[in-house]
Design a binder for this molecule. Structure first.
Ligand code: GTP
Ligand code: MG
Length: 188
């Protein structure tokens, strides 16, 4: 497997972005995957109306993981608050792949996902996108969600399930994304 980097990372590593709403577990996932090998940009959360958690991400956070066979990727967590959407848009523009993390139980999840897919579609070089169902969801919920994405005109976007606290589940999802990227680079 040989992923082509877009050359924009500090070490020219292929970059994979995590985005999704406040509190879905982006920082948690970067920490699960990268442990202490990460830079964080969390500060005290002053928007307790949006989410009651203590900390929130206001910049970007970066970590690295070795997927084996010498394949190292950079993971980049975005801030979830919509006032930092410009940060997300920048991260998406310099990433090869993106996980859109969602809670299928939230009524806003489809709209938020379509919004991010539209941002991705507007980019000159769009990253490969996958949806990560980050909270327990039924098969029916996942199918309805995937159908909603398809009906909105964004094609077949794979929906995978992973708990942001579970490294093994995240690595499985990462493996699927890396396979998709490899296929894309073979076909281009
Ligand atoms: N129940 C549950 N809680 C989770 C899960 N993943 C993360 N959490 C908790 O949810 C909270 C939010 O986690 P963060 O990782 O800070 O969320 P974030 O997406 O980075 O949020 P912002 O940076 O504010 O956009 C933390 O207290 C986590 O412990 C999960 O899968 N299930
Ligand atoms: Mg965060």
């Amino acid at each position: 497997m040989n992923l082509e980097s877009d050359g924009s990372g500090p070490h020219k590593l292929p970059r994979i972005a995590l985005c999704g709403p406040m509190g879905i577990g982006k920082t948690t996932a970067v920490r699960s995957l990268c442990g202490s090998l990460m830079s964080s940009s969390d500060v005290r959360n002053l928007d307790l109306a949006a989410h009651s958690k203590e900390l929130t991400t206001v910049g970007t956070e970066f970590g690295e993981i070795d997927l084996g066979g010498g394949e190292v990727v950079q993971i980049c967590g975005c801030p979830g608050q919509e006032r930092f959407s410009f940060v997300r848009q920048w991260v998406l523009s310099v990433s090869l792949g993106v996980f859109i993390m969602v809670d299928m139980n939230a009524p806003t999840s489809l709209g938020e996902t379509l919004h991010i897919l539209e941002e991705i579609r507007q980019l000159p070089t769009a990253p490969v996108a996958l949806v990560l169902s980050a909270r327990p969801a039924t098969t029916e919920q996942i199918e309805t969600f995937a159908q909603g994405v398809y009906s909105a005109g964004y094609g077949v976007v794979p929906v995978l399930e992973a708990d942001p606290r579970e490294r093994a589940q995240l690595l499985d999802a990462m493996g699927v994304l890396v396979s998709m990227l490899s296929l894309q680079s073979e076909n281009s």
